[in-house]
Design a protein around this ligand. Structure first.
Ligand code: UDP
Ligand code: MG
Length: 160
């Protein structure tokens, strides 16, 4: 019986987090990754990637009727992004809180967007909005071999 595995009886979720091209260009990669890392979530996938237009359109397909859709696709494909998969109990909602509101001017200080961005169209980071979309988006952005099963050494110090 391993006490820290009790948490695995709860639902472990996955979320797709992406540092958008402005975050990469502005040198915020380390800063943004470290916020999720310090919180205690488990990184299971990580890569620098130039997103093709078709993938950007598929990822944001629910927004395809919006007036900002063409500029959103141009933005996401304008330079490399950092793709991440993170795992943990409650990771989807918690990551959204760490990221902050879509409009950085309305995002609370202490959140990534609240601290590091000013405009909705340059809001530096993406996070899945539901556990279902977390799975869907990781499937879209990663190959199976790019998502790694591992046990962090800190696990028993994070979960009782
Ligand atoms: N977006 C935009 N203009 C808007 C709303 C959204 O450019 O009026 C962009 C912005 O980059 C946002 C992304 O579209 O992050 C996806 O929008 P969503 O409403 O899903 O916001 P999010 O989940 O990223 O907070
Ligand atoms: Mg969204």
């Amino acid at each position: 019986f391993l006490p820290h595995l009790v948490a695995s009886l709860e639902q472990v979720d996955v979320t797709y987090i992406m540092i958008k091209p402005d975050g990469v260009q502005r040198g915020l990669v380390g800063e943004i990754i470290s916020r999720f890392e310090k919180k205690g979530f488990k990184l299971t996938g990580l890569k620098l990637f130039q997103c093709p237009k078709e993938l950007a359109e598929e990822h944001y397909k629910d927004l395809s009727s919006k007036s900002f859709f063409p500029s959103l696709i141009e933005y996401i494909t304008s330079g490399p992004v950092v793709c991440m998969a993170w795992e943990g109990v409650g990771v989807v909602a918690s990551a959204r809180k760490l990221i902050g509101a879509t409009n950085p001017l309305q995002a609370e200080p202490g959140t990534i967007r609240g601290d590091l961005a000013v405009q909705t169209g340059r809001n530096v980071v993406h996070g899945s909005d539901s556990p279902e979309n977390g799975k869907r988006e990781i499937g879209l952005w990663f190959n199976e071999v790019e998502v790694i099963e591992w046990t962090p050494a800190q696990a028993p110090w994070l979960m009782e």
